[in-house]
Structures are given as structure tokens and as C-alpha cells.
Design a protein around this ligand. Sequence first.
Ligand code: 26Q
Length: 818
Amino acid sequence: MFELMDGFLKNDPLSLQKDILDHVEYTVARSRFSFDDFEAYQALSHCIRDRLIERWHDTQLHFKRKDPKRVYFLSLEYLMGRSLSNSIINLGIRDQCADALSQLGFEFEVVAEQEGDAALGNGGLARLSACQMDSLATMDFPAWGYGLRYQYGLFRQVILDGFQHEQPDYWLNFGNPWEIERVHVTYPVKFYGTVEEEILNGEKYKIWIPGETIEAVAYDNPIPGYGTRNTITLRLWAAKPSNQHDMEAYNTGDYIDAVVNRQRAETISSILYPDDRSHQGKELRLKQQYFFVSASLQDIIRRFKDVHKDFNKFPDKVALQLNDIHPALAIPEVMRVFVDEEHLGWNKAFDLTCKIFSFTTHTVQAEALEKIPVDLLESLLPRHLQIIYDINSYFMEELKKRIGLDYNRLARMSIVEEGAVKSIRVANLSLFCSHTVNGVSKLHSELLQTRVFKDFYELWPEKFQYKTNGVTQRRWIVVSNPNLCALISKWLGTESWIRDIDLLIGLREYATDISLHQEWQMVRRVNKMRLAEYIEATSGLKVSLDAMFDVQIKRIHQYKRQLLNILGIIHRYDCIKNMAKDDRRKVVPRVCIIGGKAAPGYEMAKKMIKLCHAVAEKINNDSDVGDLLKLVFIPDYNVSVAELVIPGADLSQHISTAGHEASGTGSMKFLMNGCLLLATADGSTVEIIEEIGEDNMFLFGAKVHEVPTLREKGSTIKVPLQFARVVRMVRDGYFGFQDYFKSLCDTVEGNSDYYLLGADFGSYLEAQAAADKAFVDQEKWTRMSILSTAGSGRFSSDRTIQDYAEKTWGIEPCRCPL
Ligand code: 26Q
């Protein structure tokens, strides 16, 4: 059916075209003479999938032959977004595919847009996993990603009357060409039951007699690297009823009930939990975590045992990376397998365990660290609870040797929290048993050392590292901003920056070059046009391309301060209203764009969304204002929406209260795309300042060290009059919904203003004014924009992954020959 060259599928437009038509007929089962955009998408995806599979087989075979040390990346969340364009670009056959489609009467962009987003994650942490997978593949590292194949991804956001409603995202509805079901790669995962003792060769062993067994089935998603043949695997597990599920019920003849019961097994991998850190202690979440961990470890250990006959070399061959502490049950699970199943001695097992694990934390709030109620763990995983207790006894003994009988500190550091609800502190378990803990930015790492994990840092400073996050330029420039991509390559005289991001710095040389300025502005304007069309299509609002496009897109959270943005917009509106008509000519026109999802149970976040709509309604319909100010809420923000919005933004806001955003990665995407930042000195912004200089962005707000003092001062802080005025407007019902917004207003007044909106408002307005001033001077603005892209090299996930490989995992590239 397929045309081969040297045994491989051919990539010229004609062969691609033929393969597309074959897939239309035999895979999609449509007539090759009549098919629509979606069917073209399906067929093209299968063509690409075939090519990925070839590379992927070669890569896996190569890894098997070389048996290098591998890294296993364990994450409960991945935000992959769309795959078609990304795969085509990484395979280096974008033009050939576009040609093939166009000869069949289709347009590449239109076909690519048929794909839905894979949204198996919440936000920053999950998109970071996706970027890191791309870098791992591109840089030829022998890596595997493991995760869960949720049937329902992150909820869809629907806005009705300005309120957020959640709808299920049954993303597999239209099939998923990017996964390969591995019906033969399955493992039993056990739950509940009891622990008993057995004697074997005179030795006592614990055995766990489980009460329920569920089958994990592997779904493999190939991840192609760019400029390499290497294609790695993201293996996602789905839960299926096991044949051992409830034999008992069949025997007792309750056939119908037994079959219905079997179906329930699948709920384990059915739904992604929205990031609501108050949602802790839920049994289903714990089941998901263990299900994922157990299946992944069985797979990893099987792969190791295929080649090695004992475990001495395990740490030389395996690095286990925990993406946050969500998969931390991997630690007691490895211990259980080593001790109970492989019969290694406890000391030997623990020694091996401590050599293989590293984890990265993505939070700054100690309260957000997961705790598992002991009762819950005891019923679901009785043997794991015993093991954690054993680890803790050993830990406490070690601690006493170091710090003596300082009972307060022992209690603080203990893995077991004695309290109203006795629970397991997952972070403390992870800290004690990992060789390395990573923060996600320099500032975050300092906060971990001085606040969140202070006790641990003082005793084990050598365990602490940080790797500033990064994003992949393949997706965030090459795929999503093709015109900018071409422009950069033209001026640098090479495409090598796509693999070697440091080359971007070469743009600095041309930062004042008038012809680059012209081309740069042209590219940016075309992107704004695309965004304006999208805004009109989704909200019916027409916006002016001459206005500054000012964007804040991210999850809605109080600490991210979308409310500060909205209050700033109200202030701008108020000023315009109170201006003499003649003065209005001096106003720099703005289109303010806000997007993001609120966790379903997060009331204040939902109120911010409603406020945004209420304010937009007022402003957008005020004829005094016209094009001087518009406010749009972009619904259902996701990876694909980000790909469209980011290239079209002039200014983007990253305005969390200092000390609250562990890193932030959105800012990096905007930076790469030449969008200027208006930001606080929080998370990775501190390092962005180091790279591009304060002069090339609009910085404001309290610094981290000032925040505690400001909080102490509380209501005695001098808050600008304008702040009181705009809050009053909301309170007095100027935008309607007076009662509904009352509690939101309460969160920013006096002693309740925990996130310091009042304290930062004055400097926020100044930064906004500085942005207006810079925008009027388009030459200055364009220079700053070019310098932003030029200075973004440090924020590529390639750099992050290189660092992890060298300093945390100890792995080396293993490049598959062409
Ligand atoms: C916890 C318990 C129960 C259910 C869900 C959760 C849960 C799920 C997701 C808790 C947290 C998350 C996600 C956290 C996250 O995305 N953190 C962000 O990570 C980014 C990548 O490192 C950083 O850039 C952001 O600063 C950080 O907020």
C-alpha cells in the first residue's frame, strides 16, 4: 500500500498525497473522491503516525541495544494540546505536507485546526511536562514519560451571562490517532485487603493479600524530536476491569451485578482532578496516584530485569523523576517490591531507593503540600502505610543523631503528622527519600530553603538544586508563529536556533535596524489581525489593530491578581470618562484581553470572571469610550488558544504578589514572541530581568522581602485614593451585581488585603502609564520587542533539560543513527 525508500516511507509531496488518499479510503473509510476537512485531518494524522512509528521503533531498538541509563518522568498531568502540526514540524516535512494537501484542494492550517486539544492537565505544571518531553526527544535523551489516560480532560469552560459553567471534556469522542493501544502491555494493580506474614526458607516476609485488582493497559504516544530520528514514548495508563476482579461474584451466580461492577474499575482513570488544593484526602485521587505509580514501576522494573539479573545496577540504569509530589507513592511502592517481592534486605532496598528518586516541587505554599489521612491509606494500601511507618522510624532515629531531642523540630519534620486527622506528609517523605529536590526558579529555590523546607535545608543542603523552567521554542515559535520563525531565521541566516536557542542572542545586533523593524512590525500586525478575527468570532466584538493588545491569560487565582488588572481597567475607564473630550485624543487605545479557567469550587476566582464580564459589558457599550478601551474575556482558554493569542499580544501581564508564583512559564512564551512584559519581581521574572534588563519591561510592585512587612502593616498602609475609588464603584453596583461582588471587594480592603492589591496599585498604574508612553514611540517599542526575543534563550526547556540531565539524573544522549 505504501511507497518505500530504503525500507522507509517516502516524504515527498506525491508519496504523501498517495498515503493520505489510502488512509482516507482504508482508515477513515471514506471515498477518496469526496472527503471533508476533518476527514483530511484524520487521514493526514495517520500518515504522520505511520512515520512516527518507524522512527520510534528504531529509537526503542537503539536504546535496547545500548542500554543507557534512562530517565523515567512520572507526572499525573500532561497538557499536550494539538499534535499534528507539532509532529509534522519536528519531522521536518511541513512544506511537503502543505503541498500534498493543497494539490488535494485543502489548506494546511484549516486541516490542522480540526484537531481538538489533549488537555490531560490543569496549567503550568502540566504544560511544562509537555515542553520537557519535546526537549527530551529533541536532545536525544533516553527518556520515558508516564502518566494517566484520563477519559475526561480538564473541564470545558462555558460562559453564560458572564458566569463560568463547567462541561465535561470527553476528548476521545472523535478518536485519537496519536495513541497506540498496547493490548499486551498490561499489569495488575492491587488495592485494599490485608497484610499477612509468611515464612520462606526460615525468613519472615510480609505479604499483602489485596481485596481488589484492576488492570492497567498501556497507551503509547510517540513524541518526535526535532532534527533527529529519536522519537520517545509517553506511556499513559487506562484502567480496565481485571479478570481476577471479582471471581467470587461469578461463582455465586450474581452475573449481572458482577458485570456492572466490573465497569466501575474504569472510573480510576476516567477523570482529571481540577487543581483545587483544598480537594485533598479524596479516595479516588489517591487511587489514581497509586494506580499510575504501580503500573509504571512494574513496567520499569520489567524492562530492567529483561537485561539485568540483580538490582545492584539499578541506580546506574534508572532515574525516577517525580513531577511534584503527586506520584510520591512510588517511594513506598519501590520499597514494597524490593523487600516483599524481590526479597532484598530492608537496608539494601532503602539504599537503592534513595539513589534513584528526585523530585521537583511547583508550589510555594506549604499549605498546598499534600497530606494523606492515615485512615484512608490504611484501608486502600495497608502495606504501604506500614512501610511509610518503617521509613519514618528510621528517619526519626537518623534525625535524633543530628539534632538531638528537639521534639518540636522532630514533630515538624516527621513524615507522620499527629493531629485531629492523623496524616502522612507526602513532601517530608519525598524529601527524606530523594537524592535531589528541585525548585523551578532561582527565587522559588530561595523560598524553599528559607521558608517551606527550611528544616530540611539546614540538615541536607546538598539535596537542594533548582532548574529554572523553560518552554520549547518548537511549539511556541515554530508551530504557533511561523512568520516570526521565518523572520528570525532570515536575519540570523540559519534555522539552527530551533535546536540551539543560544543563537537567538544574535538578534541583538539588529535591534535598531530599520528594515528589521519594518519586517518585525509587519509580522506582529498580521498576528494581531488573526487574533482580532478570533475575538470577533468568539465575542462579536470588533477591535482596532492600532490599539495596544494587553493580555493576561492563565489560571484564575487570587495570587495571580486578575482582580488587580480589572481594577486597573476600571480606573482607566473612569479617567477616560472624566476627561475633557479634547484630552481623549491623547489616550493610547487598548484592547484588554483576559482568559483563564477557575477551579470549579473556587468561589472568588469565579467572581473575578463575572466581574470581568460585568465591566466589559459597561465599557464596550459606552460610546464615550469607543476604540480607546475594550475589554474581552476569551472563553475556554487552552493550549490552542494560547498559540493564537500569544503571537498577537503587544503587552502581557504577570502580576502575582511577590513570593507566590513558583516560576511562571507563560511569560517565557510571550517573551520569545516579542511581547513586552508588565510584571512583578516574582518567580522566573527575576531572571528575565537579568537577561533583558529592567529597561526593556515594565516592572512594578513590592519585592519579596517587603511583602511580610506590608502584611503586618495591614490597614495602616497608605493605599492610593484611586484604589478606594474603583473598589467603591464595584461595591456601589456601578457594574451591577452589587451583592454578588461584595465578598470579592472584602478581600482587598484593609487587613483583608492579603495579596496586597491596595499596596501595589499605585506602582501598577505607573507601570501601565510607562507602557502607554513606550507604545506611542513605535521605534522604541519595536526595539524592546526584538530585545525580548533576543534575550529569551535562557528560557528554553532545552536548557532546563540539559541541566536536569547533568546535575540531577546523570544521563547522557543516546542518538539513534539516521
Ligand atoms: C492537588 C491535589 C488534588 C488535586 C489536584 C492537585 C493539584 C493539581 C495540579 C495541585 C497542583 C497542581 C498544579 C500546580 C501548578 O501548575 N503549579 C505551577 O507549576 C508551574 C510549572 O513549574 C509554575 O510555573 C507555576 O508557578 C506553578 O504555579
